[in-house]
Design a protein around this ligand. Structure first.
Ligand SMILES: [Zn+2]
Length: 270
């Protein structure tokens, strides 16, 4: 599942390729994604120039002269930039073609992704309730302390709530808690401001490291024949249940929180 660092890597990779390009046509072969693709996408986008590529949580925001395309990759979506259009395969649902013959292709076997066109992205229902970006300046220890006050919710679940922080995935929440030495089941309201400060720093570190490791495999993505290898990033606890902690040697434990696996070191995390 494409997580925030993967979406950010895709944004950085696509930006120089599609910015300033003019859209010549759009072909939607399958409208039934997680939500139906905006009707008449071709009519709305034809002739428009791509001005900017942004990101909010796990949404890619493709700004054109008259609006913004909100793209979510869901569980299994990919975007491929093709320098010349090839014959689409089964799950190639949407092609955005540019003058000059290149094309941006959306592929999604499980169809949990989505594509919306909007003229007011800041007011779009999918974005209005999102909390601050974990890599943005609004996300700070003060903020986290404030929104955690008297909250009994487990810190891991708190971090996975998109209204608290935008788009932090399970792997990154799990790894950041290990780095900060915080037990995933600890009530959010019982964490000191000093420890939140360490947690904010840990969250930024794990995301930035993942973005950097994604950047190294960008070539494959741009070539349209592969996907960034995000799991090359070394994981301290995620998926390591029963293996010794790299810091203290105690076996890593796994628990389930809100139907998601959490991994932690019972000695290093309190
Ligand atoms: Zn340990």
């Amino acid at each position: 599942m494409p997580e925030l660092p993967e979406v950010e890597t895709i944004r950085r990779g696509l930006e120089p390729l599609i910015t300033r390009q003019f859209i010549s046509d759009v072909e939607v072969r399958e409208r039934r994604l997680r939500w139906p693709v905006t009707r008449n996408l071709a009519g709305l986008l034809r002739g428009q120039q791509i001005l900017q590529l942004g990101r909010r949580a796990k949404y890619l925001l493709i700004k054109t002269s008259n609006g913004t395309l909100l793209v979510h990759l869901g569980m299994s979506g990919s975007l491929f930039y093709l320098s010349s259009v090839s014959k689409p395969t089964t799950h190639d649902h949407i092609d955005i073609s540019f003058r000059g013959g290149s094309c941006l292709r959306f592929n999604d076997p499980r169809r949990f992704g989505s594509i919306h066109f909007t003229t007011q992205p800041k007011l779009h229902r999918l974005l209005t309730k999102l909390g601050p970006e974990p890599l943005g300046k609004d996300f700070s220890a003060e903020y986290l302390t404030h929104v955690s006050r008297s909250r009994r919710v487990a810190i891991k679940n708190h971090l996975m709530n998109g209204q608290i922080i935008a788009g932090l995935g399970n792997i990154y929440a799990t790894e950041a808690l290990f780095r900060a030495g915080i037990h995933p089941a600890r009530p959010a309201g019982r964490i000191s401001a000093a420890r939140f400060s360490g947690l904010v720093q840990a969250i930024r570190e794990v995301l930035n490291e993942a973005i950097r490791s994604g950047g190294t495999t960008l070539k494959d993505f741009v070539g349209g024949d592969g996907r960034p290898g995000f799991f090359q990033q070394s994981l301290n606890v995620y998926g390591r249940s029963g293996d010794p902690c790299f810091t203290c040697g105690v076996p890593i434990k796994r628990i389930t929180q809100s139907q998601r696996s959490s991994y932690y070191c019972p000695r290093c995390q309190r």
